[in-house]
Design a protein. Structure first.
Length: 206
């Protein structure tokens, strides 16, 4: 059996498992449930770097196959969705869409208020690569990893998974220095405008 055939069978097996699990997924409110793990195991049989997110409602549930920001796997996410069956009550899509920045985000026990988050850019001469340092008020050392993960999801939510991956090559988090002048950093809520400005600047230079 060649690689393409094995992959096609793995994708088909994932969708069969999702169809079985769909009623249960529609009834739960978080990924902290065995049915989520069962479906994810089948998705990882297709590609270990893919994940899925879901939301449920009385009208229409949503399933997103995500590459978790890994641009190398965007095509794989689209490949899986291209083979999706019609599942009544579900909207299925590849990659996280742009939804705008939420007021708050929670991840792994960390809760962040967007209004307090600021950033500065890290740019290397001679390249288009962009890094961001996101400053978080009161950030404790023990919370750095969870906070970073929360912010990565915040960026996907605010910009869309594809633009976040294409526009930002590196991120790190740091405590917001006490008394730091506001004009030395930019409010994270203004990130998209900053990226648009940076894009126009590059076009003007060309």
């Amino acid at each position: 059996m060649n690689r393409e055939t094995r992959r096609a069978r793995a994708i088909a097996a994932f969708w069969r498992q999702f169809e079985i699990a769909a009623p249960n997924l529609a009834a739960i409110s978080s990924a902290d449930h065995p049915v989520y793990d069962e479906v994810l195991e089948h998705l990882h049989a297709v590609e270990p770097g893919l994940y899925f997110e879901f939301s449920n409602s009385d009208r229409l549930c949503e399933l997103i196959i995500t590459a978790d920001g890994n641009a190398d796997l965007f095509a794989a996410a689209r490949e899986v969705v291209a083979s999706a069956p019609v599942v009544e009550g579900w909207d299925i899509r590849a990659l996280k869409p742009k939804l705008g920045f939420p007021e708050r985000v929670q991840w792994e026990g960390v809760e962040l208020d967007l209004t307090g988050l600021r950033f500065s850019s890290l740019e290397r001469d001679g390249t288009d690569d962009l890094g961001l340092v996101i400053f978080v008020p009161g950030l404790a050392k023990k919370d750095i990893d969870a906070t970073h993960n929360a912010i990565l999801r915040l960026l996907d939510h605010g910009l869309g998974e594809e633009r976040a991956a294409a526009a930002i090559q590196h991120t790190e988090v740091a405590p917001l220095p006490f008394g730091a002048p506001p004009d030395e950093t930019i409010a994270l809520v203004d990130l998209e405008r900053f990226l648009d400005w940076r894009c126009r600047r590059g076009t003007d230079v060309d």
